[in-house]
Design a protein around this ligand. Structure first.
Ligand SMILES: Cc1cc2nc3c(=O)[nH]c(=O)nc-3n(C[C@H](O)[C@H](O)[C@H](O)COP(=O)(O)O)c2cc1C
Ligand code: SF4
Length: 494
């Protein structure tokens, strides 16, 4: 699909036009005609279940920072981001950002790290967030605060920005090639995995000491927890059967419950996926990458290297795996679930619908609204089957000005329990709070999915919204970003 054929949502006048546009695209996305203000709003209602109370239906999604110090402590940029998370008024903070349980598992050399030397830094992040939340909302009542714990596995890059140091669980016919891994590249041993599991236990104890209510054992986006779920071809106790592929999770849960009793556990899951996509080489020219197309999988079916994909047609997602996984979470008495999809590394249009891809990405192969609708429908189906789980949905930012109308309708209709805000929080943290409180809506701050918040960190710059957040707009980093974009993606001559 040519990007020029996609209607810019910024040019859609009102909800009525937005709805007719959805009809034209044959997409089903609930959307309310009128926004409800005050405590009557569906978004202002608390969620209560299984002994857990969350004060409203707004969640801040985790967004990995690339701006911590070399030893994994927060920098002033990180602190500012967490302040803004607090200011959003969200009563659910799902993780803040991915925090690595060990140095080797960092996704970038500036990712936050859980270690004794970062404990005070993480405490500061929590403190500033809670302080801003209290100032915005009047109290901490109903605030549920989690820390996302991660190991980046295949996408570890702990030492240098330009030096990947993958830790893989099995040989992958496409991703190994992309990462240029030699035929004898080592896979993690069972003993190394046991060591990582212990590091999750230690990090969870620290999170509890710091006053976090829960830890998220990250199982999404191609990182280690997610890779376990597709480890069909791995021999031994961590691969093959469903039981073995989920042993990592179960052993973490068991250890966390023993070492940090009372600490809640959540899981963020890529519920479905597709075979890795690549920019269509036939349509890439002048340094401009073509739209995404699936890798050629004719020789690879039945496809044994994917989670949440149809084995015989891996360009398509399949929710069967997620249903089985959520049944396991229910059996483990885990109530907090955050549904996302795909991976930013190989299926970005599925994970993070955007009109303007990061400069090393590809053009969207579909109207990004289709990506939003796909994630919303998956959440609707899972919520229907697991009514007692507290399910957070993802990928709403592309809805732009219509995000509040869709969020309100989705919660009202029981499609989802909490609206997870990702990129929109970087540009306009208070978007849903402004609606609830009847304040002026700040159109100028609406995230237009320019993807600079992804391009910048990939070039070693702090995480943030360069086009819209005045803190970055005129910063030296913004100029650097412009240069980096020019280097990676030369502007077409015509
Ligand atoms: C800069 C950036 C960093 C991200 N880091 C994380 C992360 O650390 N952990 C995670 O689970 N998701 C991460 N995500 C994904 C978001 O949480 C979210 O799922 C995604 O952006 C889609 O939601 P949105 O449409 O509201 O942006 C990140 C996204 C962005 C843009
Ligand atoms: S840089 Fe800003 S406008 Fe662009 S996607 Fe990120 S948050 Fe949205």
């Amino acid at each position: 699909m040519d990007q020029r054929d996609i209607l810019r949502l910024g040019s859609v006048r009102d909800v009525a036009h937005f709805k007719s546009h959805l009809d034209l695209l044959k997409l089903v996305i609930p959307c309310d005609d009128e926004l409800v203000t005050s405590q009557e709003s569906p978004l202002a209602q608390p969620w209560i279940g299984n002994g857990i109370k969350v004060g409203n239906r707004i969640a801040v999604q985790p967004m990995e920072g690339w701006d911590g110090t070399a030893d994994g402590n927060p920098s002033e940029h990180t602190v500012r981001r967490w302040q803004r998370f607090g200011r959003s008024g969200a009563k659910l903070i799902w993780g803040g950002e991915a925090v690595a349980v060990c140095h080797e598992g960092r996704a970038n050399p500036n990712q936050l790290l859980a270690s004794p030397s970062t404990k005070a830094g993480l405490a500061q992040l929590r403190k500033v967030l809670v302080g801003e939340h209290r100032a915005a909302m009047g109290s901490e009542d109903g605030l549920l605060l989690g820390l996302q714990l991660t190991h980046s596995g295949r996408y570890s890059r702990p030492s240098l920005q330009n030096r990947p140091e993958p830790r893989i669980l099995y040989r992958h016919p496409i991703l190994d090639r992309r990462l240029k891994l030699s035929n004898d590249f080592p896979v993690l041993t069972d003993m190394e995995i046991e060591g990582i599991i212990e590091q999750f236990h230690v990090a969870a104890v620290m999170a509890q000491d710091l006053g976090f209510h829960f830890v998220d054992i990250k199982h999404c986006h191609g990182y280690l927890g997610h890779e376990f779920l597709s480890a069909y071809t791995r021999p031994g106790k961590y691969g093959g059967s469903f039981e073995n592929r989920t042993r990592f999770l179960r052993e973490i849960v068991q250890g966390v419950r023993a070492a940090a009793p009372g600490l809640l556990i959540g899981v963020r899951l890529s519920a479905f996926d597709a075979i890795p996509y690549l920019p269509d080489p036939k349509l890439s020219s002048n340094g401009k990458l073509g739209p995404g197309i699936p890798e050629d999988y004719r020789e690879l079916v039945p496809y044994q290297w994917g989670w949440g994909v149809e084995q015989n047609n891996p360009a398509h997602g399949d929710l069967g795996d997620a249903v089985r996984f959520l049944s396991l979470l229910r059996d483990l008495n885990i109530t907090l679930v955050n549904i996302t999809a795909g991976s930013p590394y190989y299926t970005p249009h599925i994970q993070r619908p955007a009109l303007y891809p990061p400069s090393d990405g590809y053009q969207p192969p579909e109207d990004p609204l289709a990506g939003v609708a796909r994630q919303m429908e998956a959440v609707r189906q899972l919520k229907q089957q697991f009514p007692n789980l507290m399910i957070v949905g993802s990928a709403y930012s592309y809805l732009q000005d219509f995000l509040p109308s869709v969020a309100q309708a989705a919660v009202r209709a029981g499609w989802v329990d909490s609206i997870g805000l990702g990129r929109m929080v970087l540009s306009y943290p208070e978007i849903l709070l402004d609606v609830i409180e009847g304040r002026t809506f700040q159109h100028k701050l609406i995230c237009r999915t320019f993807s600079d918040c992804t391009t910048a960190p990939r070039n070693g710059l702090p995480s943030g919204c360069y086009p819209l957040d005045s803190y970055y707009k005129k910063s030296p980093e913004a100029a650097q970003l412009k240069q980096a974009k020019l280097k990676i993606l030369p502007a077409p001559k015509n």
